[in-house]
Design a protein around this ligand. Structure first.
Ligand SMILES: Cc1cc2nc3c(=O)[nH]c(=O)nc-3n(C[C@H](O)[C@H](O)[C@H](O)COP(=O)(O)OP(=O)(O)OC[C@H]3O[C@@H](n4cnc5c(N)ncnc54)[C@H](O)[C@@H]3O)c2cc1C
Length: 404
């Protein structure tokens, strides 16, 4: 393999190697099974979580790794390189951590974070609705106060880890306008909360991003996250600080895999009496793959290093997600051109990565939304700077708390 991920200068070299070994041993053998069965994989995400990796950004005071967003990126990237479905599962739970870290009371942190860090509780975040999509303020699910409880009604779709999550962070409407959204923790199994059957998607087989239905679901008032009216801040801060970075890492892992398997293919395949890679057109395409991957990697790690170092970097996080997704889609197409007929055969891995490559685009905001936000920043439109409001509490140091 001509990998450009593992470099001696990589500050998380040991963590990367550990995750890579784990992935080869425990995840790689299950990829074919997940592709064949197309069921929700419930056991592997638990095994991954048991490594402590959902707690990458959770403070050691609550049992976490306190290793920062760069370490989280390494974990997601390495898993996604072998199994984008499991990369998606691990990032979805890490995303679910954000609301508790940012808005949880001390009591909520002490109750939930140690379980999450230990891997015994998988959190989610449920914002998207069938009728609103990226238009978060267009949501229609509601909560109304009823004594010491709130009663939730409505539907949430595309919830990452919908079918395996233990506690859902649900944002619903409690009033009008920007301050009319509120976030609640809703435990899986709570009466009034149901899941619709798993629907097959283009790719990421094994991962669930399905639908939650709330029908007079009673939730105690202590499950409120933040204040009444904080729901938009919960949704946006989770999406900018964790969602964008996590989807960037997912895209980067898929991109690395596409790059590696395509170079191997072009070297192994014989045409005109020599390697396919010797053809000038193929060599130019390999150059495109390499250039895009290098650019994607630089933007991805630059953004999370800034975040870990406590700098204002919302636009770098947004841009990294956009750049990584767009370059990945371009490389997926270039790779399919190189593989030609062989790329269409389902027992060749490029076919799976090509399908998986379309999934990071909508999550944490489509490309249109990223460009809209970047355009607003360029035009001077005022937005909260989430990376300043919630600066990393601890600067990550290399290979901190690596479980080796
Ligand atoms: C793998 C995956 C995981 C996900 N995980 C989660 C999760 O954990 N929790 C959760 O709540 N959601 C999750 N989502 C949902 C994701 O956030 C939504 O798909 C996303 O917000 C877009 O919504 P939509 O797909 O309904 O598209 P829409 O918002 O309906 O967009 C349709 C089209 O209109 C364009 N568009 C929309 N608004 C604008 C605008 N203002 N300006 C210009 N163009 C616009 C879009 O770019 C797109 O081309 C996930 C999605 C995927 C695919």
């Amino acid at each position: 393999m001509t990998s450009i991920s593992a470099r001696p200068a990589d500050p998380h070299h040991e963590l990367r190697q550990y995750v890579r070994d784990f992935t080869q041993t425990y995840i790689a053998p299950q990829v074919g099974v997940m592709e064949r069965d197309r069921q929700v994989e419930a056991e592997l995400p638990r095994l991954i979580a048991a490594q402590g990796w959902i707690g990458a950004t959770i403070d050691t005071a609550y049992g976490g790794m306190s290793a920062g967003h760069e370490a989280k990126t390494v974990i997601i990237e390495e898993i996604s390189c072998v199994s984008p479905a499991m990369g998606a599962a691990v990032q979805a739970s890490q995303l679910g951590v954000a609301k508790i870290v940012h808005f949880g009371t001390e009591e909520q942190k002490r109750y939930w974070l140690p379980q999450i860090a230990a891997g015994t509780c998988l959190p989610t975040i449920a914002v998207t609705e069938p009728g609103s999509g990226g238009h978060v303020l267009g949501m229609e699910s509601t909560a109304r106060r009823d004594g010491s409880h709130w009663i939730l009604n409505g539907r949430k779709v595309f919830v990452g880890n919908s079918h395996i999550g233990d506690v859902h962070g649900v944002v619903v409407r409690t009033g009008e306008g920007n301050r009319g959204l509120t976030a609640f923790l809703v435990e899986a199994g709570r009466p009034g909360l149901t899941l619709t059957p798993h629907r097959l998607a283009l790719g990421l087989h094994g991962f669930s991003f399905g639908e939650l239905v709330m029908d007079n679901c009673r939730v105690p008032a202590e499950n409120l996250i933040g204040e009444v009216g904080d729901g938009m801040a919960v949704a946006y801060s989770s999406s900018v600080l964790y969602g964008r970075a996590n989807l960037t890492a997912l895209a980067l892992g898929i991109h690395q895999a596409i790059h590696d398997i395509t170079i191997e293919f072009a070297r192994d395949r014989r045409r005109y009496g020599s390697q396919l890679a010797e053809l000038p057109t193929i060599r130019a395409k390999l150059g495109e793959l390499r250039s895009r991957l290098l650019t994607a990697r630089t933007t991805a790690y630059d953004a999370v290093r800034l975040l870990d170092a406590g700098y204002a970097c919302d636009e770098e996080l947004i841009n990294a997600k956009h750049v990584n997704v767009e370059l990945l889609k371009d490389s997926a197409r270039t790779a399919m051109d190189i593989w030609a007929g062989a790329g269409l055969l389902t027992d060749n891995p490029i076919e799976r990565y090509f399908r998986d490559a379309w999934h990071p685009y909508p999550a944490a905001g489509t490309g249109d939304i990223q460009l809209l936000r970047l355009g607003e920043i360029a035009a001077g439109v005022k937005h909260p700077q989430w990376s300043q409001r919630f600066p990393a509490t601890r600067r990550a140091t290399a290979d901190q708390s690596v479980p080796v």
